[in-house]
Structure formats: C-alpha cells, structure tokens
Design a protein around this ligand. Structure first.
Ligand code: ZN
Length: 246
C-alpha cells in the first residue's frame, strides 16, 4: 500500500528532444497529449512515430479509406499540441508483430531523431487489471523499450549504420504512459484544453465509436485520464508515467 500512496516525482524537464512511439492514431491522445502540449510550449521538440495508420480501427470503413483518413486526423491532432513531425512505419493494424523487424524500424527512428526521452504506451496485459490491452499496444510498447538499447549498439542492426544512421545511446529516460505503476507525473491543467482539442481531431474515429457528442466525449475522456494519479501528485489532475532512467 505504501507504494500506491507515495507521491509521484515530477517528470524530468532537462531534455530537448523526445520521440513518442505508439501503435495507432489516437494512442497518444487518450491522456498523454496534454503533457506533450506543455513540452512543446517550453520549446522542446517532440516527434511522433506510429507503427500503423490505424486502418483497421473503424468497423464501418474499409481499411484503404480508413488509413488515409486517420493519418490526416493524426496530423491535425499532433499539430494541436505543437508536434509537426509524424512518421508512420506501415506495419499492419491489428496484427503488429513484436520482433526484430519492428525493433529495427523503431531503432532507426531513434537514431534519426536522437531523442533524450522516448515515450510509449502501456505494454502490459491490461490497464488497471480491468481493461484488456491490445496485442498491438503490447507489441509496440515492448519493442520501443527494446529498441532504445538496439539504437545504441552498432552491432545490432549493422545495416542501419550502413545506411548512415550512427548509433545513438543518448536516450536518458523511457516514459510509459497509461501505466499501472506510475513513478512520475506532470500536472494536467496547463495542457488540458489542447489535450481535448487534440483528441477531438480524431472526429471520424470518435463518431464511429460513440453516439455521444464528440466534444463532450473528448472532454470526458481527458477529465477521466487526468484523474487517475492526481491524489499522488498534490491532489490536482495529473498525467502519470512509469519512467525508466538509463
Ligand atoms: Zn491503440
């Protein structure tokens, strides 16, 4: 119990570049984007790397129509929190395989962007022991964690070096959003409205998901995800991360 009531540490701020690695359009917008808004405000550079275009995410829309639509929604969503660079790896939505191909693709992006902070999403079996996680989130979260080591080792994926991507061992922290075991947090309030706006950019996705008014839905989700760790961060809404220091 002591661990669950312990106050969370503030997120590290002494960095300049972050790379956020997730499976799908919208993964960063269900809670994490409010933190990203504050970091870009402070002049930090954040790049998004998505394993898929989320083409299997809308039941009523064929993947070849859905992928480009969700790509556009993701670009608008990123822009709403000050992120200008969004890259897609084009793994297949719903059936992303954890393995060396995925690790290599993420390691290449880490070498290209040379982040000090890598952000990803909960890679465990569930959220809070109640909501099952998806195979894609598990695969991408674990691969992102592993690719941090791969990116720094010249003998793992030597073909990346041959392509001119020098090893990068400068990642100091890996921050896992949506974790059941947060260690750090950042106040949600300063980024709250932009977090809502960012999620709301996934309008086609939200409209297919729920009959609720999209803005009311987005506001409700961000309010909820900002409430999970507040009692461990000075009693105010906050965004929690499990941070591994390297
Ligand atoms: Zn997802």
């Amino acid at each position: 119990m002591a661990e669950e009531t312990q106050q969370l540490a503030p997120m590290p701020e002494d960095w300049q570049r972050a790379l956020a690695v997730v499976a799908h359009p919208d993964d960063l917008e269900y809670g994490c984007a409010g933190a990203i808004a504050q970091w870009t405000d402070a002049g930090k550079e954040v790049v998004y790397l998505l394993a898929t275009r989320g083409e299997a995410g809308i039941d009523t829309l064929e993947p070849d129509k859905c992928g480009p639509l969700r790509e556009q929604e993701q670009l608008a969503s990123a822009a709403a929190v000050g992120v200008q660079t969004v890259e897609f790896l084009d793994h297949k939505d719903g059936v992303i395989e954890y393995g060396t191909a995925l690790r290599r693709d993420i390691a290449a992006a880490i070498r290209r962007h040379r982040p000090e902070l890598v952000i990803t999403l909960n890679h465990h079996e569930s959220f809070g022991g109640r909501f099952l996680n998806t195979p894609d989130h598990r695969a991408v979260g674990q691969a992102a964690i592993d690719a941090v080591g791969d990116a720094g080792n010249r003998w793992i994926f030597p073909e990346l070096g041959e392509q001119g991507l020098a090893p990068w061992g400068g990642v100091k922290w890996i921050a896992i959003a949506g974790s059941d075991t947060p260690t750090h947090a950042i106040a949600a309030e300063p980024g709250f409205e932009r977090a809502v706006a960012s999620l709301l950019e996934h309008r086609a996705y939200i409209e297919a998901l729920t009959d609720e008014d999209p803005e009311a839905y987005a506001r409700g989700i961000i309010t909820m995800t900002s409430s999970f760790v507040g009692d461990r961060f000075g009693g105010k809404p906050a965004i929690g991360f499990h941070v591994y220091e390297r």
